[in-house]
Design a protein around this ligand. Sequence first.
Ligand SMILES: C[S@@+](CC[C@H](N)C(=O)[O-])C[C@H]1O[C@@H](n2cnc3c(N)ncnc32)[C@H](O)[C@@H]1O
Length: 209
Amino acid sequence: MSLAEPWDRYAAGSTPRRTVNAKGETTWLNWTQYADHGPDESVLGPVAGRRVLDLGSGSGSNLAHLVTLGATGQGVDVAPARERVARERWGQMPGLEFRTVDVAAFLHETDETFDVVLSIFGAVWFVDPDTLLPLIRSRMAPGGILAFSHLPPGSQGPKPAEAGLRHDHTPDEWRRILTGHGFSDVRVSLIEPPEGRAVGTMLVRASAA
Ligand SMILES: C[S@@+](CC[C@H](N)C(=O)[O-])C[C@H]1O[C@@H](n2cnc3c(N)ncnc32)[C@H](O)[C@@H]1O
């Protein structure tokens, strides 16, 4: 079975993001599974004028926010339903593009380079890092930033059963894996959950310098 089918079914069951957040903003970036929680895009450093790639971009809302800040954005998602929704919601925004394709296939075929690569509960969590990280690294500009988030290892989380393994790793494992694939300055943090919730969020940031 192709990956597109289970991820398309998953997309059909997911709730669209609100159009306005608690601060009254119409675009924003959220690294966590909780609304109005956790750090913002400053994790990535300045994004104006930067070429940003989102791996597993879903509804495109995080990427659209970066484009409003002056980045150009390429979203890639394997589920056709995601591109439809992302285009409906953000299609008119200059400098923002979406493609329906597996991230590894995209990275193999593109000849572009990116200054920032992000993946929020996205494909970096679902594709073997020994396959994906060399592909990402090969398409990153010197000094580029890779940042991704996922649930802490051992948590129950979002994934259709047919979509294969989830690549949960501890902070030490991510440091070893990323360094082994040529990334430097690897920083892994655990974002505490909001009051009354048990599960936090792992946030990983590395440099392609
Ligand atoms: C849990 S969702 C997160 C979506 C989005 N990043 C967000 O924060 O709302 C995971 C996304 O990754 C996509 N995905 C999973 N594996 C992929 C792959 N190999 N290539 C491209 N997209 C993939 C899925 O279709 C899905 O939209």
